[in-house]
Design a protein around this ligand. Structure first.
Ligand code: SF4
Length: 361
């Protein structure tokens, strides 16, 4: 009989992923194991430049060190279950984790490069009412290495055509600020010049609005892009779409965002999904313009995909343009996000929900 994911967790005796370690942590581990610290840079080179898939390929390390790495860490933590390609070049990956759970990662093609959207948790407990990822609740947090490995796996797929991952967005399944420490380690590893060397300005993290973590993140003073899933122009609509708004209220959220902008000097992005008949009227655009007046920001309008498990419908095209025009009239920077992978299961969590029904119940 096939094991359930929970049984696999109990059965699994998983070593930590080598991708979880930052360079200084790997140096410390080497020193503790009577090895030279400079080996850490050699190992990073094998992991992030040569992108090997086994410790045995790290041929400039001694056999003893390779065995020791292999005894203490795992290298291949994600197994590709599905790789779905859209006619626009978007590729959606479903990866299986060591304990049998699965996660989604998406490669999107833009004219400015290849962008990877990573997942930070198995499931999510935030409960946004428009999101398929939330249906089965939170199963567990990903460790930093499991998030890093998603980018490495996509880069390995791109290596076949000599292409490169040029940007990363943390907007997949899960709330990154609900798995804060792993998210932060992940950011440091992919940004490190000996790691994947993805520039801070090419990395975007998005939150549903966990206010204490917004203050904490502001104090990290990282130069990465910061997005907030706003989705509503007022408290009433936001609470309806995003229950988190009952715990972390809109006026307090706006205060934390102003703090972030003052502290970092950077502008923020507001993600605003357009849900037919809920938040997509011109009067909502007027209200939104008032809410974010004098906030250094950009608004991304996202025409939502129909999610079969939910009741929301798409906003007609002319209404999307009327919404955009209203914001522009108030001098707000706004773009309508191009849809990716419209012919595959592109909405957040849809592929996992469809393929892994037992996990999302
Ligand atoms: S939209 Fe994001 S934060 Fe909200 S439930 Fe889905 S995964 Fe969680």
């Amino acid at each position: 009989m096939e094991q359930t994911a929970a049984e696999k967790i109990t059965a699994a005796e998983q070593k930590p992923s080598i991708y979880t370690l930052q360079l200084h942590e790997l140096k410390n581990w080497l020193k503790d194991n009577n090895e030279k610290a400079f080996r850490a840079e050699q190992i990073f080179d094998w992991l992030y430049t040569k992108r090997v898939t086994s410790f045995d390929e790290m041929t400039n390390l001694s056999k003893g060190l390779r065995d020791s790495l292999s005894a203490n860490f795992s290298l291949t933590t994600l197994k590709t279950i599905i790789q779905q390609e859209s006619s626009d070049g978007t590729i959606k990956f479903l990866f299986e984790l060591h304990d049998g759970y699965s996660i989604e990662t998406v490669l999107m093609r833009h004219d400015y490069g290849n962008s990877v959207c990573v997942t930070t948790q198995v499931g999510c407990r935030i409960g946004c009412t428009f999101c398929a990822s939330t249906l089965g609740g939170l199963k567990r947090n990903l460790e930093a290495g499991e998030i890093v490995a998603q980018v490495v796996k996509v880069q390995q797929a791109l290596d076949e055509t000599n292409e490169r991952v040029s940007s990363v967005v943390i907007m997949g399944i899960g709330e990154p600020f609900d798995n804060y420490d792993s998210m932060l380690s992940f950011l440091k590893i992919i940004n490190h010049d000996k790691g994947l060397n993805i520039g801070a300005r090419h990395i975007t993290v998005s939150t549903s609005g966990i206010i204490p973590k917004i203050y904490k993140f502001a104090d990290e003073n990282m130069q990465i892009n910061f997005a907030i899933s706003l989705h509503a122009p007022n408290t009433e609509i936001r609470s309806r779409l995003m229950p988190i708004n009952r715990a972390y209220k809109l006026p307090d959220l706006m205060d934390s965002i102003r703090y972030y902008i003052n502290k970092t000097g950077r502008r923020v992005s507001f993600e605003y999904g357009l849900f037919g008949g809920v938040n997509d009227q011109v009067e909502h655009a007027e209200e939104l313009a008032k809410l974010i007046k004098n906030v250094k920001c950009h608004v991304n309008l996202i025409p939502v995909n129909y999610v079969p498990e939910r009741d929301y419908v798409r906003t007609p095209k002319d209404q999307i343009f009327a919404f955009e025009k209203t914001l522009k009239k108030h001098g707000i920077n706004v773009t309508i996000r191009r849809e990716h992978g419209h012919d595959i299961d592109a909405a957040c969590g849809q592929l996992r929900a469809k393929e892994r029904k037992e996990e999302t119940r």
